[in-house]
Design a protein. Structure first.
Length: 372
């Protein structure tokens, strides 16, 4: 499950305008509203599904209370935050990061404190695994003989630092756990004698490098994005998507001729969704592509909104698409199945089966929908 802060995007062309105009005439199914909840200003809300743990998975920011809800929309507990923090949740744990204090805190499903750690290094981000471990991204700091240094520290469920992975004369671009939590994929940019090199490494539970993939020329990873799937992990370069085994061996590659911006592995068929820039411009439209597990392109849809405004979510029940005004449900063949209007749509989350979705609007309203 995951949480998505959607800036809005439109339906794909050539369906786009035609489908929007036809929604009133064609009897598309619509989800059923189960409940609504209004979140106070500065507060953050997380939903704990009965069997699946928490949503959301990505970052929220606030300075008030963290409120946990059950699937019926009832409050489980509230916990006051000490100041401005960001929050992430995954599985049956949730955590906060305080960049100003260099502090990371892990909490349990019942809201109780599990552990708290503070570092003298600047804290950039925290990444939770499904098993309760946390990767803490620290830096940058200057070190004698280097331009700067950053590092990832792996902290176990008890709050003990297991290992750290430093990057000298470089910067860490992204970190992702695989779905099980056995591997951490790290994307980095290295500076060496005036040259730039992108590299991605796979770290195992002991912090050992189990595989790596490096760029052969500077433009190779102009816009790097990584994603971790069930069987493979994905690395997107300037125009090409690479599917790699967790050993580091390449499985397949696909050249889009466009710049990939985001990669979303899907849980049903082992395929992958990729958002690329249309015409190479961040302000131009976007293209959503679906590739199967062998790397074959199955379908593509064009969107009028820029890639930075797009969010796509892949669930067991299908693909969710939001455009800031409503949500569209697509099957894995790219067909639109249902539609639900949501003025000011700002986020989406789904249960493991993809039968219910939590919708967050820009005015702090949470709505749980049961899908048709």
């Amino acid at each position: 499950m995951a949480w998505f802060w959607a800036g809005g995007f439109s339906l794909p062309n050539p369906l786009g305008v035609k489908v929007l105009q036809a929604i009133g005439a064609v009897n598309l199914e619509s989800p059923r509203v189960m409940w609504e909840y209004l979140v106070g200003e500065g507060d953050m809300a997380i939903l704990c599904w009965d069997k699946d743990g928490f949503s959301p998975d990505s970052r929220q920011e606030g300075s008030g209370k963290v409120i946990a809800l059950d699937p019926a929309g009832k409050e489980l507990w509230r916990r006051e935050m000490p100041g401005e923090v960001f929050l992430k949740a995954r599985g049956f744990n949730w955590a906060t990061g305080d960049p100003a204090q260099g502090e990371a805190t892990l909490y349990r499903a019942d809201g109780r404190l599990a552990w708290q750690q503070r570092w003298s290094w600047p804290l950039q981000d925290i990444i939770l695994s499904s098993g309760g471990e946390m990767a803490v991204l620290l830096g940058p700091l200057r070190e004698e003989g280097t331009n700067l240094i950053e590092k990832v520290v792996l902290v176990n469920e008890q709050g003990q630092a297991r290992w750290e992975y430093p990057v000298r004369n470089g910067t860490i671009l992204d970190c992702r756990f695989d779905p099980v939590g056995d591997y951490l994929v790290v994307s980095e940019l290295l500076f060496h004698k005036g040259d730039l090199q992108h590299r991605a490494v796979i770290l195992d539970r002991q912090g050992r490098i189990g595989g790596e993939y490096s760029s052969s020329r500077e433009e190779f990873f102009t816009a790097t994005t990584i994603a971790a799937g069930q069987e493979n992990w994905f690395l997107a370069g300037a125009e090409t998507l690479y599917s790699l085994h967790y050993s580091g061996e390449k499985d397949w590659q696909y050249n889009f001729g466009r710049i990939p911006q985001r990669v979303i592995p899907e849980p049903v068929r082992g395929g992958v969704l990729v958002i690329t820039l249309e015409n190479g411009s961040p302000g131009a439209g976007s293209i959503l592509s679906y590739l199967d597990r062998e790397g074959e392109l199955i379908w593509e849809h064009r969107f009028s909104a820029p890639a930075a405004a797009m969010e796509v979510m892949a669930t067991a029940g299908g693909i969710l698409v939001g455009d800031g005004r409503g949500i569209y449900g697509l099957d894995y063949g790219g067909k639109i199945i249902w539609y639900h209007p949501v003025p000011g749509l700002a986020g989406l989350a789904a249960d493991q089966e993809g039968g219910k979705i939590l919708v967050y609007s820009g005015w702090g309203r949470l709505t749980l929908l049961e899908l048709p």
